[in-house]
Design a protein around this ligand. Structure first.
Ligand code: DX5
Ligand code: ZN
Length: 216
C-alpha cells in the first residue's frame, strides 16, 4: 500500500503541536520535513532545533529532506535531532557515495533526491546504498507549485532500474501531488507520496490524507 508523507512546509507554524497531533491521528505514514538553507534553494525553513522539538511529539517516521549545500556537514546533527530517513540532493553532493555511507553509518536510512532535470540513471552506481529515492516533481524551494508531468516517466524508468538491479529502495514523489496525479503515480511505480499544500490547504486534512492513502 502507498505510503503518505505530509510535508509540514504548508502547515501553520504557530500551531505545530496541533499539526503533529492531527498527523498522529491520521493515516500519515511519515512526517516529511523540508530543510532549506537559502543557498541550494531560494528559501529558508527550519533546522534540527525544530525537528528535535517535533520529535518529542510523534512516534511516526521522520523523513527529513535536506535542500542544503554540503549536507554531509550535518548528518550526525540530524540523527541526534531524531531523523529516521535523511535525504540529500544528488546536485548538492560531490561525494555522494561517502555521504550515503555516513548516513547509514549514523543509523538512519539514506535518501537521495533528484531535481526535475536530473536523470535517474546518474544514481545507478550507488543504488545498493540507497533506501529512498525522492523524485522532485517541482523545482525544490516552495510548497504549492504545479506538478511537472515528466515525473511519471522518471518514476517508470526508476521502477525498471529497481527491478533490473534487484535492489529494494522506495520511490518517493515530492511536489504538487494531489488527487489528480496520485493514482497515476502509484500505477507508474511510486511507493511514497509527499503532499504539502494539498493536505494543509484542505478543509479536512485527516480526510485528505485518508483519500491519498486509499486512492488505489
Ligand atoms: C518542495 C518541498 C516539498 C513541498 C511539497 O521544495 O521539497 O516537500 O513542500 O509541497 P507541495 O505538496 O505543496 O508541492
Ligand atoms: Zn520535500
Amino acid at each position: 500500500m502507498i505510503l503518505v508523507a505530509p510535508s509540514l512546509l504548508s502547515a501553520d507554524f504557530t500551531r505545530l503541536a496541533e499539526v503533529s497531533d492531527m498527523l498522529n491521528h491520521s493515516d500519515a505514514d511519515w512526517f516529511h520535513l523540508d530543510v532549506m538553507d537559502g543557498v541550494f534553494v531560494p528559501n529558508l525553513t527550519f533546522g534540527m532545533h525544530v525537528i528535535s522539538q517535533l520529535r518529542a511529539l510523534s512516534q511516526k517516521v521522520f523523513d527529513v529532506h535536506l535542500m542544503i549545500v554540503q549536507p554531509e556537514r550535518y548528518i550526525d546533527d540530524f540523527r541526534a535531532a531524531g531523523a529516521d530517513i535523511l535525504t540529500i540532493h544528488y546536485e548538492a553532493s560531490t561525494h555522494l557515495h561517502r555521504s550515503l555511507s555516513a548516513i547509514r553509518q549514523s543509523g538512519m536510512k539514506a535518501g537521495v533526491a533528484l531535481n526535475p532535470h536530473t536523470s535517474v540513471h546518474l544514481i545507478e552506481e550507488v543504488l545498493d546504498m540507497i533506501d529512498v529515492v525522492c523524485l522532485m516533481s517541482v523545482n525544490p524551494g516552495f510548497g504549492g507549485q504545479k506538478f511537472i508531468e515528466n515525473t511519471y516517466v522518471k518514476v517508470m524508468k526508476l521502477h525498471e532500474m529497481r527491478s533490473n538491479s534487484g535492489e529494494n529502495f522506495l520511490i518517493e514523489v515530492d511536489g504538487g501531488v494531489n488527487m489528480l496525479n496520485a493514482a497515476k503515480l502509484i500505477d507508474a511505480g511510486a511507493d511514497v507520496l509527499v503532499a504539502g499544500n494539498f493536505v494543509f490547504s484542505s478543509d479536512n486534512p485527516i480526510e485528505t490524507i485518508h483519500k491519498l492513502k486509499t486512492c488505489k
